[in-house]
Ligand binder design. Structure first.
Ligand SMILES: O=C(O)CCC(=O)C(=O)O
Length: 264
């Protein structure tokens, strides 16, 4: 497990060369299992920790928006080609977003959602894009691909929002998938005005920028204890539209129990 001290240490050793290399190497490339993964050992089942910021620096163009808890921005994580493919596929499928374990519609969250579920995807070639990103995210968080929920693509029209919440769902402690430990959020367009992701307890607002992604954690490392420091909200869009996508990452396998109807 990588401590937050390691995270802050890495901040000081980042070099311009690392930034330049990062922006031209692994972005959008499939998982190759090269030497770079050797010190990027996956966590053992049931264990987890923060991403290894040292490793991230070497492979991506990142900005540490917060050190403790880490909130890590990946600059230019997703290519225009992928964004176009995802939005082309998702746009006809948007339906009112829900929240919580009951998946309720409420005025707490007014956006629209398109879930990238297997039956929705069928044999669409878009799957290759999603699979590559899922493998890349798994490498980043060092948890198996199966621990990830399906991509959830979001659309916010003017004035739409998601009020302050945690992605941690208490009831999932009792489910086979366990709690959500991390969120990897993709920004799929530039928003003309408003629409930032605001972390009130960290005094931090992330302004959407097309192609960027942000990683944060909803629990303390290697625990199932909620970390409310990363409570956040999607601020209302003041002008234009906002498109994004959630990737929620669990402490255990999410996909298998979900496919067997044992989790939501
Ligand atoms: O749209 C955003 O900026 C964040 C979305 C979010 O918090 C969520 O869907 O849980």
């Amino acid at each position: 497990m990588v401590s937050t001290n390691a995270v802050s240490g890495v901040l000081m050793v980042g070099t311009l060369a690392a930034f330049l290399a990062a922006s031209t190497t692994l972005r959008d490339t499939p998982f190759s299992g090269t030497a770079s993964t050797q010190h990027q050992q996956p966590f053992k089942p049931g264990e987890w920790g923060y991403a290894d910021a040292d490793w991230l620096r070497q492979h991506y163009n990142i900005t540490m928006l917060s050190e403790d808890p880490p909130v890590i921005q990946f600059n230019n994580f997703i290519s225009q080609e992928r964004i176009d493919a995802i939005l082309h596929f998702a746009k006809p499928k948007f339906a009112r977003s829900t929240s919580g374990i009951e998946r309720e519609v409420s005025n707490y969250r007014t956006s629209s959602t398109a879930w990238m579920l297997p039956d929705v995807l069928g044999n669409d070639p878009m799957q290759a894009h999603l699979k590559d990103m899922e493998e890349e995210i798994a490498r980043i968080v060092r948890l198996p691909v199966e621990n990830q929920e399906h991509f959830q693509v979001l659309q916010y029209q003017k004035n739409q929002y998601y009020k302050v919440h945690s992605d941690y769902i208490e009831e999932q402690r009792q489910q086979p998938c366990g709690i959500r430990v991390a969120t990897f959020f993709l920004y799929l367009n530039d928003v003309e005005e408003g629409g930032g992701t605001r972390f009130p307890n960290l005094n931090l607002t992330v302004q959407p920028a097309k192609g960027n992604a942000v990683l944060w954690y909803s629990a303390y490392p290697n625990t199932t204890r909620m970390d409310s420091r990363t409570d956040h909200e999607a601020m209302p869009v003041a002008k234009g539209m906002k498109y994004g996508a959630n990737k929620w990452i669990h402490i255990h396998d999410f996909v298998t129990p979900w496919a067997n109807g044992k989790t939501v």
